[in-house]
Design a protein around this ligand. Structure first.
Ligand code: LR7
Ligand code: MN
Length: 578
């Protein structure tokens, strides 16, 4: 169900891309800034991108390469802005700077109106009479948008899309929380721009707080009875708000998320999911959020695909919650830094402490997904790991160990979580086991595996381990080998009862060519590995060959089984000790 961006399209940002961290699974990162990988969007079908391709580019070709923003004609109806290839050096420079500063094509955004039109992405089902409570019965909401150095046109478009596409009576206020930005346009210029709009308020953090504490700051200033959070690079589509508020009006313990449509980082094209393509949120034992298809047990609860669906987790950035319920749940752990982990915290406690988390297919909001963080992270601290350890300590009970295994059992300093534990106790929340059994039964539980840890080859002194490609987008590429490092992460594997060698939803797979990682299918065949703990061989199901390393120790190969060849011998950590 995943499609991944390729990096080739944004060659204009190559120079800044070189600085990005290559994340290793297991929460370790290859650069010192500890910048995590971006959340990967679920991509709606590629066809639609084709359809709405180049009309704008044609128009721009007439400008002989000189484009001066704001142009205000580009991108209408959510169409792509495709810059001509013959840009003058001056313009090219601006385009490059836009990429550098924002990690998306700011120049393309600047060419569009801050009120640009979008297609109506809603299913017909959503528009039927009587589907929703009357507006007069809905609560109004404080919309909270936190930003750190957001691009001017993108930030304004986010706010205008809220104001332009919501009934005014339902917008109690829009709170812009400036998380200590230093770009000049975020200062007086921003306040001046909104001075005649009483609903828009600007709140400033006095130091860099990070997204999570910035959101809490927004919440303390908000006076509406519902809080709606948005990232600062969104576009709300027609009818986005009413179906969210409708659910909360009916039950104030329901936390709701819109469908997150994709605004292309290069062209600003708005791609939307129709209701048959809605995904729900999950996570893996690395405590990383992921998307997956609506499971069968959930489909069965519905007559129509546009009905609200239960979701084990939320992506984090876009949701509405009753303010009193949010406070009752203890908002966010304010020991979380910058970014990450807070979405799972809120998801787990919503379910475990008496609420419901839903994705509302009738509500659509676009979000610019980017491939790297444009802003600074704290040096020397692995923020994401710290947040995740806090999360695991408080909410995961006996399951926390599966996360710790993935980080080589190195919890590092995660601060004091006693207050958060107390909160959980006072709320009388259910166990994590209850959550897994009832809300996320499809998650693979590592404890059900036969072995867990490294898969070490015994040839050449036994120093080589099975290692996965670092990036999730390298799935389907050959599985790798690397000197054993004993830190979990990319060398952490599970050998399942049914003979899979797996990590999360990926399985070691051989279909006659390279040994690769492929989504687990559960039907043995190419993913079946029979381990003989005496001979140490890993015999492959459908080919009957054995897994081996080549003589240069840099490639996995499949050979006719030969118990005497050390290159075919493997030891599986914790075999039968699980
Ligand atoms: O220090 C910071 N201070 C901030 O105010 C860092 C960031 N921010 C702001 C930033 O300007 C932006 O508006 O916080 C927001 C989120 O940061 P992004 O957009 O750089 O990150 P992201 O889009 O990858 O964020 C996703 O994951 C985060 C994990 O903590 C948060 O939960 C974000 O809200 C979340 N975004 C979404 O859920 C939108 C859909 C992405 C998906 C899937
Ligand atoms: Mn974002």
């Amino acid at each position: 169900a995943f499609l991944f961006y390729t990096d080739s399209r944004d060659s204009s940002s190559r120079s800044s891309e070189e600085r990005i961290a290559l994340p290793l699974e297991g929460g370790r990162y290859r650069n010192e800034d500890n910048v995590p990988d971006r959340v990967v969007p679920f991509r709606p079908d590629a066809q639609r991108a084709e359809e709405s391709s180049n009309s704008i580019a044609k128009k721009f070709d007439d400008y002989s390469g000189v484009l001066v923003p704001p142009n205000n004609v580009a991108g209408e109806m959510g169409k792509a802005v495709v810059l001509p290839t013959n840009l003058s050096a001056d313009i090219k420079k601006l385009v490059d700077e836009g990429w550098m500063n924002n990690a998306f094509n700011q120049y393309a955004s600047d060419l569009m109106s801050v009120h640009r039109s979008l297609p109506d992405p809603r299913d017909e089902w959503c528009k039927a009479e009587g589907r929703l409570l009357d507006n007069s019965k809905l609560p109004s909401t404080s919309v909270i948008i936190c930003f750190h150095n957001e691009a001017w046109s993108v930030l304004l478009r986010t706010v205008h899309s809220v104001l332009d596409r919501s009934p005014r009576s339902l917008i109690h206020e829009v709170i812009l929380v400036d998380d200590f930005s230093d770009m000049p346009h975020t200062k007086k210029q921003l306040e001046d721009y909104w001075k005649d709009e009483p609903k828009v308020k600007v709140v400033r953090a006095s130091k860099r707080e990070g997204l999570i504490r910035a959101r809490l700051l927004g919440a303390t200033r908000a006076t509406g009875s519902v809080l709606t959070y948005l990232d600062s690079h969104c576009e709300c589509a027609t009818g986005w708000l009413e179906p969210l508020l409708d659910r909360i009006a009916r039950d104030s313990t329901t936390v709701v998320c819109p469908v997150i449509d994709v605004i292309d980082d290069t062209t600003m094209e708005y791609h939307y999911h129709d209701s048959t393509g809605v995904n729900v949120g999950g996570f893996d034992w690395n405590l990383q959020f992921n998307w997956h298809a609506v499971p069968e047990h959930e489909k069965k609860r519905h007559k129509n695909t546009a009905e609200p669906v239960w979701s084990p987790t939320m992506a984090g950035g876009l949701f509405s919650i009753d303010k009193a319920f949010f406070e009752k749940l203890g908002t966010y752990d304010d020991g979380f830094d910058i970014w990450g982990g807070e979405n799972l915290e809120l998801s787990f406690k919503t379910w475990m402490c008496g609420g419901t988390l839903e994705i509302i297919p009738c509500s659509h909001v676009g979000h610019i997904f980017r491939k790297r963080s444009p802003y600074k992270w704290r040096k020397g601290v692995n923020v994401l790991r710290r947040n995740s350890v806090r999360l695991a300590e408080v909410w995961l009970d006996e399951y926390a160990k599966y996360y710790y295994q993935r980080i080589g059992n190195d919890k590092d300093n995660y601060g004091d979580v006693s207050k958060r534990k107390e909160l959980r106790k006072n709320l009388g929340c259910k166990s994590f086991k209850w959550y897994l059994d009832n809300i996320y039964p499809e998650l693979f539980i590592p404890g059900e595996a036969v072995a867990s840890g490294e898969v070490r080859n015994l040839g050449y002194g036994g120093k080589t381990c099975l290692d996965s490609p670092a990036r999730r987008s390298d799935l389907h590429k050959a599985a790798g080998l690397y000197p054993c490092h004993r830190q979990g992460g990319n060398q952490f594997w599970l050998y399942s009862k049914v003979g899979e060698i797996r990590r999360d939803e990926s399985c070691l797979d051989y279909s006659g060519q390279d040994v690769i990682l492929y989504p687990c299918h559960g039907s043995k065949g190419n993913q079946y590995w029979d381990y003989d703990n005496t001979l140490k061989l890993l015999r492959h199901g459908s080919s009957e060959k054995c897994l081996a390393i080549n003589e240069s120790k840099n490639k996995l190969i499949m050979e006719k089984c030969n118990p005497d060849s050390q290159r075919q011998q493997w030891s599986l950590e914790n075999y039968d000790k699980m």
